[in-house]
Design a protein around this ligand. Structure first.
Ligand SMILES: [Mn+2]
Length: 441
């Protein structure tokens, strides 16, 4: 097995504690890894190839997910939560040190507004952390804001309110440029609660006019992600309510506009993997917000409710990845998490989600695609289905653990994180947060 990558950055966690935890597990890990290697070899799958591809998987972390989330009823903060952007970056770096697959943080404005972005960038770079898409926020009014978003923002009936929302997005792009980000995510909460409140067509026209101005301000190497959401906070209609409206708008805006799929932003039982396939086929799959849900937009930990769905999504992503590679085409969706951690330590939830996302990717990588294609051509339904079932039922944890270990991370993420005593130390060192509202989008 390959050597561990050399560390070139500041460590948020004591590396010797992680290494000591790995030492304890190493004999068992080697045995499990060898068992999986032999098992995969029987299916002509090279475990080294799987591990190397797993090592390329990168998922951005939401800055708002580093603190306890909440519902519209309450938020219950925990001791040791980060109080500012620097502490959020430190937590992100700690997660990345253990998981080895979360090298970027996705900021949200104005929640993450600060006075010196050069300082923020340098601080993050010292930890080896970069910046994912910046997120604008026109779904709530900020202190001192001139015009209200109560009845909408980018699609508002009032030109001046739309202009204010446009300017906020332009400011987000400017901040993102200072940080070295290269994408803007726009989730629009605009919509209606009553039939007759607004005209669907005119509202969408106003949104497109606003987005055209934002699009024009994108630097050459930037993308804008349009994040659709079925409902909430509007409960009768939402302007960008599904992937259909999203792709129509992205196509109208131009090549830099792509669609972002948040797993929780669909009606229950919607075939999300099929949406992924459609968007990828037409070059409009821009990004992902991983999470899970049981009823609606629950923002639960990725893979905690329906791991099979997560696997099926990665099955489409791997298929799209390989399809694009064959044609020499680009396929580079931006993977991010968007979760609300209400009753767990946010860092532990993120570590578990990283494991679920990596596991889904690993299982998708071992699907026997040639066999599945042959079964599909022959209309052998059961055997085609079993190609997916066999991969899904395989315990790929040793491959995932090995990918983490080679990046200096932990064989057992949760055990290593708890062994560092990081949260308890931060509970002593950091100011306690007030129980103000949480933020999810
Ligand atoms: Mn989202």
């Amino acid at each position: 097995m390959d050597d561990i990558a050399v560390k070139r950055h500041l460590s948020a966690l004591p590396q010797d504690v992680i290494d000591a935890e790995n030492d304890k597990l190493m004999a068992a890990h080697l045995y499990d890894y060898e068992s999986l290697r032999v098992r995969l070899e029987r299916s002509d799958v090279d475990i080294e190839t799987v591990v190397r591809r797993l090592m390329t998987l990168e998922v951005g972390l939401p800055s708002w997910g580093m603190i306890s989330g909440g519902t519209r009823f309450a938020r219950f903060p925990m001791p040791g939560e980060p109080n500012n952007i620097f502490e959020k970056i430190e937590d992100c770096a700690a997660v990345h040190q253990i998981a080895g697959m979360t090298p970027r943080i996705s900021l949200h404005f104005p929640w993450d507004v600060t006075y010196d972005y050069t300082e923020v960038r340098q601080y993050a770079e010292a930890y080896g952390i970069g910046f994912d898409a910046v997120n604008s926020n026109t779904f709530q009014d900020q202190p001192g804001q001139t015009l209200s978003y109560k009845y909408g923002s980018l699609s508002h009936t009032d030109r001046a309110t739309r202009q204010q929302a446009i300017e906020h997005n332009l400011e987000c792009i400017e901040i993102g440029q200072k940080l070295g980000s290269n994408a803007l995510t726009v989730w629009l909460s605009d919509g209606t609660n009553f039939a007759g409140q607004a005209q669907f067509a005119e509202t969408l026209e106003r949104y497109l006019d606003s987005m055209t101005e934002i699009y024009a301000a994108l630097p050459d190497d930037w993308r804008v992600f349009l994040e659709h959401k079925l409902y909430e906070p509007a409960f009768y209609s939402t302007v960008i309510q599904d992937w259909g409206t999203s792709i129509l708008c992205a196509q109208q805006l131009g090549p830099k506009a792509q669609c972002l799929v948040d797993m929780g932003h669909h009606a229950p039982n919607v075939n999300i993997e099929m949406i992924v396939a459609r968007l990828a086929q037409f070059g409009k799959l821009g990004g992902f917000h991983f999470n899970d849900s049981k009823y609606g937009d629950d923002d639960l930990d990725a893979g905690s409710i329906n791991p099979f769905q997560l696997f099926l999504i990665f099955n489409e992503l791997v298929h799209a990845e390989e399809r694009a590679a064959k044609r020499g085409a680009a396929f580079d969706p931006s993977y991010m998490m968007d979760q609300s951690h209400n009753v767990t330590d946010p860092m532990e939830s993120i570590l578990n989600s990283a494991r679920a996302i990596g596991g889904a990717y690993a299982k998708a990588l071992i699907v026997d695609r040639a066999a599945m294609a042959a079964y599909q051509d022959a209309n052998d339904v059961m055997m085609g289905h079993n190609c997916l079932r066999l991969a899904f039922e395989t315990d790929v944890r040793p491959a995932l653990a090995e990918a983490r270990r080679r990046k200096g991370g932990a064989i057992d993420p949760m055990a290593a994180f708890r062994a560092t005593g990081y949260r308890a130390e931060k509970a002593r060192a950091r100011q306690p947060r007030r129980a103000e509202r949480g933020g999810i989008c």
